[in-house]
Design a protein around this ligand. Structure first.
Ligand code: SF4
Ligand code: SF4
Length: 359
């Protein structure tokens, strides 16, 4: 137990943040100024831009951050740079991705496996594409190592020909590939690459499902194309809804959740086009001390307003990155969160990562 630096109450508090969820939500004592410094430090360690650039330069519209890039400056994701007055992609364009891919035998640990018949296809495989960049800066990031790919490092890999062309990734599928799932990091900032790869796959193989697992902060035009691909191929879009309260989201993830919520509603407006397998799935990581059962209730109420049949997966948390001093999710807390989601009106709820639950 740690004492909150502002209200003085004891609770589960990450030492690097130093304050409780309530003080964050109310932005007491202008705590954002302090939290901003924590995010900046976490990014400087990896030579990434300390915050979303809002200079006088050209605006990149790939994601909600809409970075304004001055000459020679990189965007928040590290993938885009203003070179001689033009936005260039060091990766994430249609022809080159910074990623790792591997085959995951089905049934996978996919967050949607409990509502997808893919889990019944023993012997088939999921092509898992881990995109190594992100539009968020979550202090609890479960895959923080991708941050080692900053602009300079990716540029160097590009010169050495070590980025992955969309064609090469598409050709990695084989007759046993049931689905391809883009995740990361996050596919958001490399959507042009994911869409191009999917387009090539769809030309040759209409039977492969195309799925995205994302923080949902992409440009809506790109998301629209992803929705079409998922609907046509039988795949789905899995939205990670990290917090409902915007202040809390900003504190934990370094950016607002406004676009994510808008995009969730946008995909939600398409779900009647195909009820099964579900087009849209939501998940939330149960971060002790920060994502309380009330927060889960608010997220679940938002989902239920879009459609109460949307599957919602609550995921047990493992301490990582800047919140590595937190405990894992307890069984008791997970059950309360589950009940809160049910009370909000959702009909399909699931507990994931149960092996991490503690008593
Ligand atoms: S993709 Fe997003 S984070 Fe990257 S430069 Fe563009 S707006 Fe910024
Ligand atoms: S088809 Fe999509 S939802 Fe089903 S297992 Fe594959 S990645 Fe997961």
């Amino acid at each position: 137990m740690i004492r909150c630096k502002i209200c003085g109450k004891e609770g589960i508090i990450a030492e690097r943040i130093g304050v409780c969820a309530l003080c964050i939500k109310e932005n007491r004592n202008n705590i954002f100024d302090e939290i901003k410094k924590v995010h900046q430090k976490s990014r400087k360690e990896f030579s990434l831009e300390p915050e979303v650039p809002k200079g006088k330069g050209i605006t990149c519209k790939i994601c909600a951050n809409e970075c304004s890039l001055e000459e020679g400056k990189s965007g928040f994701c590290g993938l885009r740079i203003n070179e001689r007055g033009k936005i260039m992609s060091v990766a994430g364009s249609r022809d080159k991705g910074i990623l790792e891919w591997y085959f995951d035998p089905l049934p996978t640990n996919c967050v949607a496996s409990w509502v997808c018949e893919g889990s019944k296809h023993y012997g088939k495989k999921n092509l898992a594409v881990f995109y190594e960049a992100c539009s968020f800066n979550c202090l609890f990031c479960q895959n923080w190592h991708f941050r080692e790919m900053n602009t300079e490092r990716i540029k160097k890999l590009g010169c050495e020909g070590r980025l992955t062309p969309a064609e090469e990734l598409a050709n990695s599928t084989d007759n046993n590939t049931f689905c391809i799932c883009y995740f990361g990091g996050d596919p958001t900032v490399q959507m042009p690459h994911a869409l191009e790869t999917s387009k090539i796959i769809r030309k040759n193989r209409k039977d492969i499902r195309i799925c995205f697992e994302t923080n949902g902060s992409m440009n809506q035009g790109l998301l629209k194309k992803a929705v079409t691909l998922c609907l046509e191929s039988g795949g789905c879009i899995k939205f990670d809804l990290k917090a409902f309260d915007e202040n809390l989201h900003y504190a934990l993830c370094g950016v607002s959740n406004k676009r994510t919520l808008e995009n969730f509603e946008f995909v939600g407006s398409h779900i009647s086009k195909r009820r099964e397998p579900p087009l849209l799935i939501a998940s939330t990581l149960l971060v002790p001390g920060y994502i309380s059962e009330d927060e889960v209730f608010n997220i679940a109420s938002f989902i239920a307003k879009v459609d109460k049949t949307i599957p919602y997966s609550l995921l047990a948390f493992y301490p990582h990155f800047y919140m590595s001093d937190l405990p894992t999710t307890s069984r008791n807390y997970a059950m309360k969160a589950f009940a809160a989601a049910r009370n909000a009106g959702l009909e399909r709820i699931h507990l994931g990562n149960i092996h991490l639950l503690t008593n």
